[in-house]
Design a protein around this ligand. Structure first.
Ligand code: SF4
Ligand code: SF4
Length: 273
């Protein structure tokens, strides 16, 4: 099974639309599981005209203090990179859950095993069957979760398991925009990322960021240039050259394409690009 992703640091460049069209096109001949890993704001199900129902919960561990064992040493507070543990000398540490990512460092370092864990639901996974060859997995985090990287990791792991059960040929991942932790989780150990961008100064700048990240993660890349006919393509070409990759798909800006998108006519969109 090949794992491909559509990503891009700048929002609004057509990353999700491209991911859907890629999955849709491949599903004509192959079995595809499509996974929306933009867990803070998944919207691929809307473009596909689906509804999210019956979530499978995603759990995460969070720290809780056993006061009988705690010696008030403050080491847990010292090691917490998120500043999620408030500690004053000779007092018990206090957990600020809004900042805690559940990384586990505090309960690993506590010399007195005074930090226990409790599981909380941090999100859900939804499955939709579009047709016999095309399944959609959607990850959705609960509001107020400070770090969604672990949620993306869980969504991706379950999508891979599901895709293997279905004997899928492709797992297509739609990442969040950016280069932050949840995007890194989505891109780890995949076969290829399509870096979607547009020929604008910000599009060029952000393309450099995603290609740099892909280079660090040792993932092969191709560039998808949206609205290719309405901007400065030269800058994009220079960045492609710098990173040793190429613009493999150019999507023109066209009213016909926009109309097809607005009316959810995927078949027509695939033909137009
Ligand atoms: S490291 Fe353990 S013993 Fe020290 S303050 Fe934190 S919970 Fe208490
Ligand atoms: S689990 Fe990690 S982020 Fe949360 S309080 Fe402990 S060290 Fe800090």
């Amino acid at each position: 099974m090949k794992i491909l992703a559509s990503s891009g640091t700048k929002g609004g460049v057509g990353k999700s639309t491209f991911a859907i069209l890629l999955a849709f096109k491949l599903s004509k001949e192959k079995k595809v599981v499509f996974c929306d890993c933009d867990v803070e704001c998944p919207n691929d199900y809307l473009i596909l005209g689906e509804k999210l129902k019956n979530p499978e919960p995603i759990y995460q561990k969070f720290p809780t203090l056993d006061k009988e064992k705690c010696k008030k040493c403050g080491l847990c507070s010292e090691v917490c990179k998120e500043h999620a543990i408030f500690w004053v000398k000779e007092k018990y540490p206090f957990f600020i859950y809004d900042l805690c990512t559940g990384c586990g460092t505090c309960w690993l370092v506590c010399p007195n095993k005074a930090i226990k864990t409790k599981k909380k639901i941090v999100g859900g996974i939804y499955k939709n069957k579009i047709n016999d060859n095309f399944y959609l997995i959607t990850g959705l985090s609960k509001a107020g979760i400070s770090e969604t990287g672990p949620i993306v990791r869980e969504v991706k792991e379950r999508a891979i398991k599901f895709a293997k059960e279905k004997n899928a040929d492709y797992l297509i991942i739609d990442t969040a925009p950016g280069t932050h932790c949840s995007v890194i989780q989505a891109l780890l150990n995949i076969d290829k990322v399509y870096a979607v961008t547009e020929p604008t100064p910000l599009g060029s700048h952000d393309l450099g960021l995603i290609l740099e990240l892909a280079k660090k993660l040792k993932i092969s890349t191709e560039i998808v240039l949206n609205k290719a006919n309405v901007g400065n393509k030269k800058e994009i070409e220079e960045i492609a050259k710098k990173f040793g990759t190429n613009i493999s798909i150019e999507i023109p800006y066209s009213e016909e394409l926009i109309n097809a998108y607005c009316n959810k006519k995927l078949e027509k969109m695939v033909k137009l690009i």
